[in-house]
Design a protein around this ligand. Structure first.
Ligand SMILES: C[S@@+](CC[C@H](N)C(=O)[O-])C[C@H]1O[C@@H](n2cnc3c(N)ncnc32)[C@H](O)[C@@H]1O
Length: 311
């Protein structure tokens, strides 16, 4: 099926219906599910729906990998925490964007010099967040996990001190500008990208990254958006030499934390109140449910239920 981006009916929901069974079959056959999605829709880049399905199918694999290679996890989380330490105090809020199964988030939180007052992580996949909650509890780490899309984060402007990624921008090649703009909107103090760096990779790694639709030009994109990039380099430890991990450190003006991060509706950008089993907007009457305790905060999850507030 070819999808037409100008067709108003060409929504994520339509794409989900078109791709879900085929991607599951491709995954079961041990084929690359993202490549199947690109071929099926004719898209040149990985869509959010394809990313969601592909990563949701893999849920549990990062935890299995962390158990199989605990030293690798320690090295990865250790080098991230060393960089994050400069920006995180006991008053801080921190957010891992695209946290997957929280294997990085848990390791980072355990190794920071200061435990941040508010720790958040979100992923586009519910199954990965669910796995992540189990991993956090197993490792005595505490963070609020929710489902969201990194291109439309359900948090107010400048509401999180430190926003970081760990290979989550990776599959979103071609959308670097939208991604970095959104992270800079939410961050108050710093945006710290731990991502594969195409421009610093060798030719073999670059060819692989192009084939997978990975991000490129992160530093140049951030600078074009007016960001101050204060550090840019490959990291000492990388799990896969064909996907070399690097750092793009974007600093914003130092400012004091303003306390608890505040939610906003991904559709209307109005304030969203956490009522426990749902997140609700008094202004719009839109609500977002929690699925087995995990808030579902993508725009696709919005439900018109104007009478829920006050019940
Ligand atoms: C390579 S994994 C890294 C997971 C985790 N950060 C870690 O270090 O283990 C990439 C993650 O980014 C998430 N992701 C990719 N695109 C996303 C998007 N548009 N919104 C939210 N999450 C996204 C995927 O679902 C996946 O869990």
């Amino acid at each position: 099926m070819k999808t037409d981006p100008d067709d108003p009916l060409n929504s994520d929901v339509t794409e989900l219906g078109c791709l879900i069974l085929g991607m599951r079959t491709a995954y079961a056959r041990k084929e690359n599910a993202m490549a199947y999605a690109r071929q099926t829709t004719g898209a040149l880049r990985n869509s959010s729906v394809a990313t969601l399905i592909a990563y949701d199918l893999q849920a549990g694999r990062y935890i299995a990998a962390a158990r199989a290679n605990p030293e690798g996890r320690v090295r990865w989380c250790g080098q991230l925490s060393e960089i994050l330490n400069t920006y995180i105090t006991e008053q801080s809020s921190v957010l891992e964007v695209g946290c997957g199964e929280a294997t990085t988030l848990a390791g980072v939180l355990k190794r920071l010099n200061n435990t941040p007052r508010h720790a958040f992580g979100f992923d586009i996949s519910w199954s990965r967040c669910a796995e992540g909650l189990g991993w956090l509890s197993e490792h005595n780490a505490s963070a609020r996990l929710f489902v969201a899309d990194l291109f439309n984060i359900p948090l107010e402007d400048a509401s999180i001190d430190v926003v970081y990624t760990s290979h989550s921008l990776e599959p979103n090649g071609g959308q670097e500008e939208d991604a970095i703009r959104e992270l800079m909107r939410v961050a108050r103090r710093a945006v710290i990208l731990f991502e594969p760096i195409y421009e610093l990779a060798d030719m073999e790694a670059q060819a692989r990254m192009r084939a997978h639709g990975y991000v490129r030009g992160l530093k140049e994109t951030a600078e074009r958006l007016g960001a101050k990039v204060s550090d840019y380099r490959l990291l000492a430890y990388t799990a896969n030499a064909l996907n070399p991990s690097g750092l793009v450190l974007i600093e914003k003006e130092p400012s004091t934390s303003t306390g608890k991060p505040t939610w906003r509706c991904p559709l209307t950008h109005m304030p969203l109140n956490d009522l426990g089993d749902v997140f609700a907007s008094a202004q719009s009457g839109l609500v977002y449910p929690a699925l087995r305790g995990i808030p579902m905060l993508r725009s696709e999850h919005g439900i018109v239920a104007s009478k829920i507030i006050g019940r």
